[in-house]
Design a protein around this ligand. Structure first.
Ligand code: ATP
Ligand code: MG
Length: 219
């Protein structure tokens, strides 16, 4: 985040995620939010060790970071941060937001971008109310998730802190991409070409290793 314009304006959008791998829906949303709120930068923030249990072996932070770089390098308003991947221990969004606000100084304004699935789960995150205090939350619709239940899920007071926007819908997920690679299906047009080449070169997702529970149940 060493962009002069960002430091001057003290405004920034942050897009957190596992990005395993980053795909076109992430990019589409980021660009929509950037334009809509006229922000100088969207900072993609790949998580370090995800605090929420995942049902598959997450790729290394370095691979996820490199794919995010490859996907975003053509957009001068996009940047990728190493903040969470270089921080030991679980990645908590609240720690990241506080750190970025400190860096930006007095009057900093953060926009934290989430898809509908993520915002509906925010109460399960570490210090959800502090997150809602530190950043303006931007919720983007996602096929299969109903943002109409936001009030019910968060309570009206909390929900009032979230801005829901009507960004274009794209039914793409990293899960879909991992699955397709595993099955040998094409992932063309789901993520930028250099990301596809990197996945092939590194042999990522060829065989997603599923973790097994002690009783042998695969989940
Ligand atoms: P996975 O399938 O592994 O969970 P994902 O596609 O959901 O991957 P994440 O890295 O988990 O990607 O998500 C990062 C952020 O992007 C989250 O806030 C998520 O809600 C949002 N997001 C991802 N894909 C979409 C999409 N197709 N539409 C709207 N939001 C999305
Ligand atoms: Mg996800």
């Amino acid at each position: 985040m060493t962009n002069d314009e960002v430091v001057r304006s003290r405004r920034l959008a942050v897009m957190g995620g596992t990005f395993d791998p980053i795909h076109y829906a992430h990019l589409l949303i980021a660009e929509d939010v950037r334009r809509r709120f006229q922000l100088p930068q969207v900072l993609f923030m790949p998580s370090g060790s995800p605090p929420h249990k995942k049902d598959y072996e997450v790729s290394s932070a370095e691979d996820r970071y490199i794919m995010a770089l490859l996907a975003t390098c053509g957009n001068p308003h996009f940047a990728v941060s190493r903040l969470e991947i270089d921080r030991p221990g679980p990645s908590y969004t609240i720690d990241t937001l506080r750190r970025l606000k400190d860096e930006l100084g007095e009057g900093a304004q953060l926009h934290f971008v989430t898809g509908a699935d993520a915002i509906l789960e925010i109460l399960t995150w570490h210090e959800p109310d502090a997150i809602l205090d530190e950043a303006r939350l931007i919720a983007v619709p996602r096929p299969g998730f109903d943002l109409g239940t936001l009030d019910e899920t968060l309570g009206a007071r909390r929900a009032s802190k979230v801005t829901v926007i009507d960004a274009p819908l794209a039914e793409i997920s990293s899960t879909m991409i991992r699955r397709r690679v595993e099955e040998g299906a094409s992932i063309r047009y789901l993520t930028p070409r250099p990301v596809i080449e990197y996945i092939n070169k590194r042999g990522l997702y060829r065989r997603t290793v599923r973790r097994e529970e002690p009783d042998g149940e695969t989940f």
